[in-house]
Structures are given as C-alpha cells and as structure tokens.
Ligand binder design. Structure first.
Ligand code: NIG
Ligand code: FE
Length: 421
C-alpha cells in the first residue's frame, strides 16, 4: 500500500459539494480549505482536511509538503481535437491578413487540409505527434482529456485516430475519453449523402462494436452538417449506445442548441451564436453548455458565448480548450480561465468549477474525478501561487508546479528557481 500525505496547501480547492453538476451560485463555491491537506492511499483520496489533522492521521505515509501553494483537482478538458498531423500555419497567417475561417477553408485551408495530412501520416507518427500534444496538457495541469476523431473521414482513417486515442490512454498518464466525430466535414471526393451513409452504416457500427468511442459528435453548421443531417447521424449513434455531444451554433445560430435539447445530448459545445431560446431549450433538457473561448480568441472574433446568461439561467457551464490546429491551438486550461474571466465575465471561481467538476460530469465521470473528496481518484495539480484567483489573473505562462495522477507525480517542472547563493 503506497500512501501520501499532502500538506500545507495555502488553499486546497476541494470543489466538494452535491453529487451533480453545479449551477447558479453553487458554481462560486470552491469549498476551499486553508492550509489544507489530503491523505491518499493507493491512488485514492482517503481524508481531506486541515494539514494538522492530516498530519495526525498520516501514519507511515510519505509527506509531500506543497509549501503554501494552491492545490486543485486536475483540470478536465471536455472538448479537444487532440489527434491530427501537422499545423495550420498558413491559415494562421492568412487570418492575420483579415481572411475569415470560412474563406480560408474555401481556399484550400481549413479542416480539409488537416485531413489530407492526417491521412498521409502513419499510425506510429500520428501517435508520436499526439503524445507530444498530450504532454503539453499535463504541463498545464490537466489530467483528463476528451479527444475527438474527425481528421480522417474514411473508415480506416477514423479508426486509426480512435486507436491512437486508445493508445494514448494506455501509454500516457492522462485519461482520455474518446469521441467519434466522423461528421466533422464532408470529404471532397464524395457527395454529402454518400458520406452520411458511410458514417451511419459503416463507421458507427464498427466504432460501437470495437468500443472505440463513448460519445458521438457532429459539426452542426451551414456548409458542414445541417440540422436534419446531424439529427440522422446522432439518432443512429444513440441507438448504438453512444452518448452525444454537438458542435452547435459556432458560426451561425442554426438551431444546434435546440437540436441538442431535442436529442437529450450530454453537451452542446461552442454556442457563440446561441440566443435566449437556445439557452432555454438547453435548460429544459439539462444539456450542459461547453464554452470554448480559445477558438473565439484565436479566430480573432469578439463574439464570445453568453456565459453570464447561461449561468443565470441555471445551466451547468463547462469551459474547455477546443485544442485543434485550426481554430484553437492551445492546450492550456489556465489560458481558458483567463479568457473566461476577461471576455465572458465569469468569476475565477465559476471558471474553475466549469473546468473541473462540471466538466467531469459531462464525461460521465463526476463520481471519480473533478473534485478532491474521499473516494475519488487522487488526480491533482499544484500551482505556484497562493490565491486561486491568480490562476486566471496571470496569463501567458504556466504556473503549474507539479501534477499527480492516481497519487503518483507524473509531471514536475515548475519549481521556483533557487535564489543565487
Ligand atoms: O471546434 N468547428 C469545428 N471544429 C473545430 C475546428 C477544427 C479545425 O479548424 O480544424 C472547432 O473549432
Ligand atoms: Fe471543436
């Protein structure tokens, strides 16, 4: 039995609370313990409390003195496109010259250009690139990552991506939750109807029978998959036992949030253009909104989703990175906290709830991760600051000091440099 006594966190953000996603005022309550600590046995949290109490019950446990830093649950990133080949530097430069996401896609950039590169990359090279991306997440304090396919768009290439995600889960300290996003774009060499047929009749059944994904997602947007097409794909996925997430109302208010409500999807993601009717529909169907401020920022837009209205309407808001090569090349949850507070008027506490416990519930893991409570996995991050609000306040560099998964230190690098002599 290996045990660990974590002691002397200036603030231990436990996020303890009711066993469901947090809404309204609950999002502001991080259940902080000053000078807090935890006793961890065999990868699970046994006791959480003030450091002096933990010290009394520590027995033989090895001490980790965090020296007055902030300790919080590992971030749960509930929306990423982590597996892809190459970059989109040309798109990036074109955008700086004023071209839009849609114009760049029409001119040969966009999702399709990443699809071509991803198809041409072998399984092992794709895995190596994805492993490098995964290490960036860890260094930012993230311990669980939802990862979508969607840059393959053939049966074999979508399976290839989902197998890379499975391998990442087996061979890195992070936990990955796989989502099938075959309906990310219609490939150039096949008609929309033929492609939807392929997604429903070949890809979905293979993926469900090989248990390669827990969720199915669709890019529901004009020029990609319309409401009826999205509904057809998601309904088929649901019948096969997959849970649903939807890229909804990102570029236009096309009814994606309402579709998510109608299909009782777990999440509707993006929602930059969602109006009050979409918000009301999500509320009545208990769909959790996943807001992705990194993609608004990187696309140079000012149209952030209406986070305040969503919180005030009682939705259990989530913040995620949307890590992908085109619209959000950032794995950093602290950067998303900064954007949430500066651009969407969320408080630091609301943003932290949105990126830990609320995110965990969208992945069906609210009972295991997302808060530091007895019985949960000892997945936590130590940040080199004393007040949790600093996580969202400082930006543009990593304050992560070290990261633990199931009670094991899996990354450490943010040590304060020792003073000269
Ligand atoms: O979530 N919107 C669709 N998918 C991604 C972008 C993918 C890409 O541009 O490669 C997103 O923003
Ligand atoms: Fe996305």
């Amino acid at each position: 039995m290996s045990s660990l006594a974590v002691l002397h966190a200036s603030e231990l953000l436990t996020l303890a609370g009711t066993e469901r996603p947090r809404t309204g005022q609950e999002m502001s309550n991080l259940a902080i313990i000053q000078d807090g600590g935890m006793l961890i046995c065999d990868g699970r949290i046994e006791i959480v409390g003030p450091s002096d109490e933990i010290e009394k019950s520590r027995g033989e446990a090895e001490i980790v003195d965090v020296g007055g830093r902030v300790v919080l649950p590992g971030f749960v990133d509930a929306h990423t496109h982590l597996v892809f080949a190459g970059t989109r530097l040309d798109d990036f430069e074109r955008r700086a010259r004023g071209e839009t996401y849609e114009q760049i896609a029409a001119a040969g950039g966009g999702i399709w250009s990443t699809v071509e590169k991803t198809r041409a990359t072998s399984d092992s090279d794709l895995f190596e690139q994805a492993k490098k991306h995964a290490s960036w997440f860890l260094k930012c304090g993230t311990t669980t990552v939802e990862a979508k396919s969607g840059y393959g768009l053939t049966v074999n290439d979508e399976l290839k991506i989902l197998r890379v995600i499975r391998r990442l889960n087996d061979e890195t300290p992070l936990e990955f939750v796989p989502t099938f996003l075959g309906a990310h774009a219609v490939p150039r060499d096949i008609s929309p109807n033929e492609y939807i047929d392929l997604v429903i009749n070949e890809m979905l059944s293979r993926i469900a029978s090989e248990k390669l994904a827990e969720f199915c997602d669709v890019f529901c947007e004009q020029g990609y998959f319309g409401i009826e097409q999205s509904k057809e794909i998601l309904t088929a996925a649901k019948k096969l036992g997959l849970k649903l997430r939807i890229h909804a109302d990102q570029l236009t208010n096309s009814g994606g949030a309402k579709l998510a409500a109608e299909l009782k999807a777990t999440t509707a993601d993006h929602l930059e253009k969602t109006d009050e009717r979409g918000i009301a529909a999500m509320k009545s169907a208990r769909v959790q909104p996943v807001l992705l401020p990194g993609s608004v920022y990187a696309l140079g837009s000012r149209c952030y989703p209406r986070a305040r209205e969503m919180i005030e309407a009682g939705l259990a808001v989530v913040i995620a990175t949307d890590f992908n090569p085109g619209s959000s090349p950032s794995p950093s949850m602290p950067m998303m906290l900064s954007l949430a507070c500066t651009q969407m008027r969320m408080s630091p506490a609301e943003a932290l709830t949105a990126s830990t416990i609320n995110a965990a519930y969208t992945l069906g893991r609210g009972d295991k991760i997302g808060s530091l409570e007895p019985g949960k996995l000892a997945n936590f991050s130590i940040f080199d600051c004393e007040d949790y609000r600093e996580l969202a306040y400082w930006f543009g560099f990593s304050q992560a000091h070290s990261v633990y998964v199931r009670g094991e230190r899996v990354w450490s690098g943010g040590l304060r440099p020792s003073a000269k002599n």
